[in-house]
Design a protein around this ligand. Sequence first.
Ligand code: TYD
Length: 208
Amino acid sequence: MFITIEGVEGSGKSSSTNDVVNRLRKEGYDIITTREPGGTPIAEKIRDIILDVNNTNLDPRAEALLYAASRRQHLIEKVWPALKQGKIVICDRFIDSSLAYQGGARNLGIENITNINMFATENTWPDLTLLFDIDPELGLDRIRKNQGREVNRLDLEKIEFHKKVRETFLNLAKKYHDRYVIIDASKSQKEVEEEVYNIIKERLNGIK
Ligand code: TYD
């Protein structure tokens, strides 16, 4: 089972998933968690180039290709082997981030981004995608208050960019309604965690 978690900056997707994963592990589920871009040494190096705040003139298509390259390396070294061993893989961001950020907000087009990703991933799609949906103004506000989190090159984009990201995610959720579940990330962390737990549990029971 390949689960991805998606959302705009500051949606709280990572922190809301951590406790749920621990809870499921205690129940005996074999889960690995990972993230994109990155997740393996080579992919992390690509991540450093993409997110470096000094790379202000990184071309949008080059950016999209770097995300796809990092994704492939991560699949080969980490995700596919774990799935083959029957583990549950929970990945913080995957193809839908490329579709929303590069395809939607950067205007490169959903079809172009789908195509380069189908080449990179050999048509790998998640079984379940949790979209942590929140108004980006609220999300970015959370980041500003959260002193521990580093600011990256994409955080520095204007609010219109992040609104476009959210809008594209919501369109993707409609298009891929079989694998998408939308979570209202403006709720309290406790409420969100309960929801995430129930959704994943239900899917896991469904495939037993
Ligand atoms: P990260 O610090 O991991 O952000 P977050 O905690 O919000 O997940 O940085 C990843 C950034 O890269 C984030 O701004 C989203 C962006 N991104 C893309 O634009 N395209 C992609 O394909 C992926 C995976 C991420």
